[in-house]
Design a protein around this ligand. Sequence first.
Ligand code: GAR
Length: 197
Amino acid sequence: MEKLKLGVLGSGKGSNFRAIQDAIEAGELNAEVRIVISDVESAGILDLARLRGLRAEFVPPGKFRTKMEPEAEQRVVALLKSENVDYVVLAGFMRMIKTPLLNAFPSRIINIHPSLLPNFPGIEAWKQALASGATVTGCTVHYVDSGMDTGEILAQREVPILPDDTAETLHSRIQVAEHTLYPEVIATLNANQRSVL
Ligand code: GAR
């Protein structure tokens, strides 16, 4: 079967991207990261991609804080199209996705979020979970739509919240779960049809 062509977008250190690329290199995921794009020039995810010999591009996001300017998003679309990607994988990308990109890849953009959605959408979801007094949280892989972490859910994994957890220990435990869940879900995607998960 042909490899699934992925475009990865991230704003941070890129540990989820690394887990995906590790799964590919280990032969556990029949896919290929064609390009990694970041809205943050100094983001670790770009360094990681370059270290692995992959195409890495910084796209200046423009004047907004929570989304890209339409021109910037159009540039992202052009880059993804130039690599003919099948799916767009958000891996710690901290801006909302708007119409130029949503329309260019309908039902082809997925995200990982560090909570059991619909609980705790938005930023620093692990801190929200800790503050709520919940004893269980987790992570969710979902399709991206125009809302904030509202798209159709593909898969979730639970993670316990322990009595002595800090924000850091809890986020680390969630990330361990993310690093197995995300490659597993991507392995179920198909270039020609919607996932049946
Ligand atoms: C991950 O925990 C991911 O779930 C979260 O950012 C982190 C990125 O880590 N994403 C969001 O909060 C999106 N709303 P990474 O750069 O090491 O993959």
